[in-house]
Design a protein around this ligand. Structure first.
Ligand SMILES: [Zn+2]
Length: 273
């Protein structure tokens, strides 16, 4: 749940580089598609609504789709376009933009290369993703997902953590409505949240860091009571926001804890005893 800036690439040059490594027959055939590819690349612009509405390119022969798709293998290690893959990982700072916490170890085709083989190596269509998110997204239609490059998430808290005492402390996560997101974007964000099972994944990660946070509260509490615990948690939330963004599970967790009077007034030690 965060935006990233796509790497700046010469897309047509990337296409030519991929072809250079192909056997002569495929290469000749794919060179014939260069103008159509260039036109398709130009159409992959504007906003996500426009991108989602794109028709797949007309091919002279259905078998040519497989040839276009195979260009993607040029991004593997040691192959002609490995630098393109590296640029995409770097653009995401190696952190998955969909969950915003797991390491990005795969590349996701925003428009799947099954339906859109012409975009198999287009930098703007390739987004670094973690294994978990990429597997859960799979070959699902892209209209249920946010495009990390093209959708602009407002710099407001959309991810909300809530403290639940029953009687032990748990944390639950949800998406907040009414924070200035246009409806279509909110719907896709919500759909992505469900498909990627972010509620459960955030709750699990939040649970791990919660224990750490709890054990760090005794010291400020001893010096300045609940007011100092609140201030300290808010300070940490600000730091976390600057490093990982406003919609990171830990930022949301720290804000929720800072706003929980019971937690700050000694409730943090309830699981320690
Ligand atoms: Zn992820």
């Amino acid at each position: 749940m965060r935006n990233i800036t796509p790497p700046v690439r010469n897309d047509v040059a990337d296409y030519r580089t991929a072809l250079a490594g192909r056997p002569i027959e495929s290469r000749t055939l794919l060179v014939g598609y260069e103008d159509a590819i260039r036109a398709a690349y130009l159409s992959y612009e504007g906003d996500t609504i426009n991108i989602l509405a794109l028709q797949s390119m007309a091919l002279l022969d259905p078998a040519h789709a497989a040839l276009l798709r195979e260009n993607y293998s040029a991004l593997s290690k040691g192959r002609a376009l490995e630098e393109l893959a590296a640029d995409i990982y770097e653009a995401a700072e190696f952190r998955c933009p969909m969950c915003n916490f797991e390491q990005a170890a795969t590349l996701d085709h925003f428009l799947g290369k099954g339906t859109y083989p012409e975009f198999s190596i287009l930098a703007r269509n390739l987004v670094a993703a973690c294994n978990t998110c990429n597997n859960k997204k799979g070959a699902r239609p892209s209209n249920g997902f946010v495009h990390a490059y093209f959708d602009q998430l407002p710099n407001q808290q959309a991810l909300v953590a809530k403290t639940v005492w029953e009687p032990e402390l748990h944390v639950s996560y949800s998406l907040a409505e009414g924070h200035g997101l246009e409806l279509n974007l909110f719907e896709r964000l919500f759909s992505q949240f469900q498909i990627l099972r972010l509620e459960d994944r955030f709750a699990r990660e939040g649970g791990y860091v919660l224990a750490e946070i709890m054990s760090s509260c005794a010291e400020p509490y001893g010096r300045g009571g609940s007011a100092l615990v609140t201030a300290e948690l808010s300070r940490q939330a600000g730091l976390c926001e600057r490093v990982y963004g406003i919609n990171h599970y830990k930022t949301a967790l720290l804000r929720a804890l800072a706003g929980d009077d019971h937690f700050c007034d000694g409730g943090f030690s309830s699981e320690n005893g």
